[in-house]
Design a protein around this ligand. Sequence first.
Ligand SMILES: NC(=O)C1=CN([C@@H]2O[C@H](COP(=O)(O)OP(=O)(O)OC[C@H]3O[C@@H](n4cnc5c(N)ncnc54)[C@H](OP(=O)(O)O)[C@@H]3O)[C@@H](O)[C@H]2O)C=CC1
Ligand SMILES: O=C(O)C1=N[C@H](C(=O)O)C[C@H](O)C1
Length: 268
Amino acid sequence: MTVSIGVTGATGRMGGEVLAAAADRDDLSVAFAVSRSPGDEVEGVAVEDAADFADLLASNQPDAVVDFTGPASCIEYASACAAAGVAFVTGTTGLSEGGFDALREAASEVPVLYASNFSRGIAALRRAVREAVPALDGYDIELTETHHNAKRDAPSGTALTLLDDIDEARSSVRQTQSDDIDEVRGDSERVHGREGEASRSEGEVGVHARRAGDIAGEHEVLLAGNHESLSLTHRAGSRGVFAAGALDAAAWLADRDAGWYDFTEVLE
Ligand SMILES: NC(=O)C1=CN([C@@H]2O[C@H](COP(=O)(O)OP(=O)(O)OC[C@H]3O[C@@H](n4cnc5c(N)ncnc54)[C@H](OP(=O)(O)O)[C@@H]3O)[C@@H](O)[C@H]2O)C=CC1
Ligand SMILES: O=C(O)C1=N[C@H](C(=O)O)C[C@H](O)C1
């Protein structure tokens, strides 16, 4: 069965990658693509007006929509998909708490899959981090992400996901050490960059965002103790890895029930 998809942000960096990757697959077809600046073709697909998104959903009835745009438009596209009964895959980062609430609301109507990073390498890095943090309990942790100079949000969505993984791994360590729930709870202090008098406090996680050139995406989690350190690093060589993962997710999500899904489920 061929899964048909709608693509948003077609004139953007990721939109173009998604259309290029879809053209190479025979399990997927592109029903339509939209942008706020329609007109030209991208990867041989006519780019239609984003203002007509709801009509395009109704007339094409795609199995899923793949979205890499911005926080405001992501929510608008998700609610249109919820109204039309179409599955929604998004990798858009920079969403606020309210934005995630709106996405979860859409998930009560249709299947929704959000991932801050659609690469298999980051999925493996996350597993490695969740293993390394308890194994190196008490080590200092610093997270550095590097992206192209046009990225809007900082820290990256992936960095935020990794920080949550670190907190979760640390609280599972505390759980094995204490029965007192107040001692177990609590996220690490996140220190974004350092300047001047800024000595390190125990347990904080340093977070560093670099923006330069056309780097597709790099994330490093550094764990350092006395006389040893462990550096876990992922480098995306091109945006194709993200597009491939998002299309895998769309193919997987298309016939699911309404609900909130995770990219790790696609990889199982
Ligand atoms: N999860 C993952 O694996 C990955 C996630 N991303 C995320 O995907 C998103 C898009 O990245 P990228 O393609 O590089 O960005 P671009 O700026 O190149 O493209 C975004 C496109 O979205 C459209 N858009 C619509 N509304 C908005 C809005 N309110 N704000 C911004 N753009 C809007 C724009 O097209 P138009 O105005 O014509 O509609 C634009 O072309 C980002 O949030 C990025 O962090 C990126 C790579 C991988
Ligand atoms: O904007 C990007 O380019 C990327 N954004 C995602 C993020 O914010 O983590 C994923 C990837 O690193 C590329």
